[in-house]
Write a protein that binds this ligand. Sequence first.
Ligand code: BYC
Length: 335
Amino acid sequence: MYTQALNAKDAADGGAEDADRMARFQARIDAEERIEPNDWMPEAYRRTLVRQISQHAHSEIVGMLPEGNWVTRAPSLRRKAALIAKVQDEGGHGLYLYSAAETLGVAREELVDQLLSGKAKYSSIFNYPTLSWADIGAIGWLVDGAAIMNQIPLCRCSYGPYARAMIKVCKEESFHQRQGFEIMNTLAKGSPAQKAMAQDALNRWWWPSVMMFGPPDSASQHSDTSMRWKIKRFTNDELRQQFIDATVPQAHYMGLEIPDPALKHDAESGHWTIGEIDWTEFKAVIAGNGPCNRQRLRQRREAHESGAWVREAALAHAEKRRRRAAAAVTAAAAE
Ligand code: BYC
């Protein structure tokens, strides 16, 4: 794991967090300097990053399940190839993110265990079912659209490895958003049955997508500290509003209706305002009681168990290479 290269003493020296060090750390953040793995950082900064990055990694990995469910049923070879590539990209994002978390001194195995045991959180959005092909369009358009809105500012996160991982992730997410929009637009402009399918998907995915940005600012436990440390650059409500303002006109362009009778455009502020978000539903989903939480975790556990032989083979191969390289060094020294 990457943590082997860390200067463990400095990174873990939480006891010596005196005011001077904290002030110097905050000054670096305020000056827009990047914090790197071997730099001193407050223990709470490290913990916040491990929490956020690992939840983000888990979301990418669990996010493969609802879409993977449609790979065999995509309506054409072109759609199938694009969907397989997208699902594979999400797996890749999860891997960069676990690597970024490892630079903070935590082992990937420990993070994966937390996911599989149900202790770790992952995005609420992936606990909803994909009932029709239009759901694949809605996920790309809305879920990846929301993910980009949240992740573009993370490219300027104060922690270097996370910010750098986000640059590549965002490029790929923007392809995903466009392929989702294109699926939705094709259905919306298709037969009445296809348009109805697109509208039904929008009806089911709209509110969960709006909730993805997290609790309202008044209830967000971590926003203040994460904003001060420039891990987050915008609050949950600010990003949610940016998403709504960008997405409502796209729905109208496709001739689809946002499922919110209270939706209105405020000419003065230029923003779209929405009705009440059902935070009880959000809380239930993140507490493990959404429509698919149990199924998602069961499928992840099964995938982890059935992949055990691959991990064992990779470790055995790495060990064989290590031994060969060591033997070559010994032989060269003996010559
Ligand atoms: N689902 O104080 P708050 C993707 C938790 S996109 C579940 O505001 P914070 C993908 C939060 O963790 C999705 N839990 O927290 C897209 C905290 O709980 P703990 C992943 C949520 O961290 C397409 C508590 O509520 N993206 O992967 O300041 C295809 C209080 O919240 C949610 C990211 O993870 C939620 N929606 O702000 C495939 C982006 N919202 O930890 C894949 C990075 C909040 O105290 N993460 N909670 O137990 C972030 O930007 C921030 O962590 C959040 C929350 C905005 C999500």
